[in-house]
Write a protein that binds this ligand. Structure first.
Ligand SMILES: [Zn+2]
Ligand SMILES: [Zn+2]
Length: 288
């Protein structure tokens, strides 16, 4: 019925335009969607504009990279004030730090033999930082880089190539690793609440229980219990935890398109998701 976690090409690792997202959702019979780009609200105005044409309910949202206990916690924010200048400036600040990091990363890749320059990356990421997969495709534009990328293009790392590339070069301890320059989770939660948006932990299985409990204490309002990242027992675990802590339960696929995350499809969750959406909307009203 709904999918509250979808990326467009405004995410550095997203593939589809807003129009394409709506038409995929329509073809699947999805009734409500949220676009949740990484640290960006750039696709939201378009979504608001075309939602009626597709007759799909649309929730303006975002997915922020935040840091808690040294872990990268993805924080969803629902009903963001995408027109509010102060909000947009805040996002720009967050992105500026990440763009600087993309430039540093270009230098690290150059050091290990890739043909890439800070200048080129700076031109390419004027508005959004370059993610691991984006670097992977960018490097392939030059013939000289294909030899080093051979395992990911034709070799044994071809399946989930962009993710394998990320793990081999950008993960902790790898040659182009840089510590994430993320805002602290509790700071991001405070900001979202200040902007009357509903903070929800995305795919909670990607952080330790310890960090998750800390995030709950910092004032998050929901858990994305229904995620394509979760096995059935994990769905139950996070659903139960949300009920115990009086938190919202949300449903999201984390769809990016087949190019980057071929194993994740946009998802048509069952009718209980509609009830969850109703509660999410009530909560948004409550914190206004
Ligand atoms: Zn995420
Ligand atoms: Zn996501």
């Amino acid at each position: 019925m709904i999918d509250l976690h979808i990326h467009t090409s405004a995410s550095s690792d997203g593939q589809h335009s807003v129009d394409e997202i709506f038409s995929i959702a329509k073809s699947l019979g999805i009734k409500a969607i949220a676009i949740t780009d990484h640290n960006s609200a750039a696709s939201i105005p378009k979504g608001v504009k075309i939602k009626e044409k597709y007759n799909i309910e649309f929730i303006p949202a975002i997915e922020l990279n935040t840091e808690i206990n040294g872990e990268d916690l993805h924080l969803l924010g629902y009903f963001i004030p995408y027109k509010n200048e102060e909000f947009i400036d805040w996002l720009k600040g967050l992105n500026g730090v990440k763009i600087k990091q993309s430039l540093k990363r270009a230098n690290l890749l150059k050091k290990i033999g890739f043909n890439i320059s800070e200048q080129e990356v700076s031109e390419r990421c004027k508005e959004k930082p370059m993610s691991g997969p984006a670097f992977f495709y960018f490097l392939q534009e030059k013939q000289e880089n294909l030899k080093l990328l051979e395992p990911y293009i034709t070799g044994n790392k071809k399946g989930k190539a962009a993710i394998n590339f990320y793990l081999d070069f950008f993960d902790s301890g790898k040659p182009a690793y840089l510590p994430p320059p993320f805002i602290k989770t509790n700071e991001a939660v405070c900001k979202l609440l200040q902007f009357k948006s509903v903070p929800v932990v995305a795919h909670p299985v990607t952080v330790s229980d310890n960090s998750l409990f800390k995030a709950i204490k910092s004032g998050i309002l929901g858990l994305e219990a229904f995620s394509t990242y979760h096995k059935d027992d994990e769905i139950l675990k996070y659903k139960k935890l949300a009920e115990e802590k009086n938190l919202l339960i949300t449903y999201g696929s984390d769809f990016h398109g087949d190019k980057v995350k071929p194993h994740i499809k946009m998802k048509l969750y069952n009718s209980s998701s509609l009830d969850a959406l109703k509660k999410l909307k009530e909560k948004a009203e409550e914190i206004k």
